[in-house]
Design a protein around this ligand. Structure first.
Ligand code: RP5
Length: 163
């Protein structure tokens, strides 16, 4: 995939989300998946968000990861503007520990789906892994990398020792 344009867009509502969402970017880099990361907000930059997502398919992007905290519902807004798969990552929030983010991301009314991952870092990493799995459907080399990733992960668990 070297030399290709971005296949995955990692979006987040605020730069304050980057500390967590950089983990999604790191996973995609580990798998060699071309991607780009952008701060775009459903409520602070609504027009720019709609324009970016509407143009994504035409630019060759195949999966969108959208992270937001509070009631910002970025992933749902993105999904409204594209038929690309949208993976939502609820950010942990100060007041409600991310329960607000989770509900505003996961509880989409029927018709416009958002695949919602766990709150915080686990969700960020899993969104990237799920994006890789989606891309792997038509890319045997990515399927092989995913198999190797799982095998290495299992080996690490089996090698654990306890005091
Ligand atoms: C959301 O509001 C962002 O996704 C972020 O998680 C949350 C707080 O944003 P900041 O006030 O830190 O910019 O839009």
């Amino acid at each position: 995939m070297a030399g290709d344009g971005p296949l995955v867009a990692v979006m987040m509502g605020s730069k304050s989300d980057w500390g967590v969402m950089r983990q999604a970017s790191e996973v995609l880099t580990e798998f060699g998946v071309p991607h780009e990361s952008r701060v775009l907000s459903a409520h602070r930059t609504p027009s720019a968000t709609a324009e970016y997502v509407s143009a994504a398919e035409g630019r060759g992007i195949q999966v969108i990861v959208a992270a937001a905290g509070g009631a910002a519902h970025l992933a749902g807004v993105c999904a409204a503007h594209t038929i690309l798969p949208v993976l939502g990552v609820p950010m942990e929030s100060a007041s409600l520990k991310g329960l607000d983010s989770l509900l505003s991301t996961v509880q989409m009314p029927a018709g416009i789906p958002v695949g919602t991952l766990a709150i915080g870092p686990a969700g960020a990493r899993n969104a990237a892994l799920l994006a890789v799995a989606i891309l792997a459907v038509s890319r045997p080399e990515l399927r092989e990398k995913l198999r190797r990733f799982r095998a290495v992960q299992a080996e690490k668990v089996l090698a654990e020792t306890l005091p």
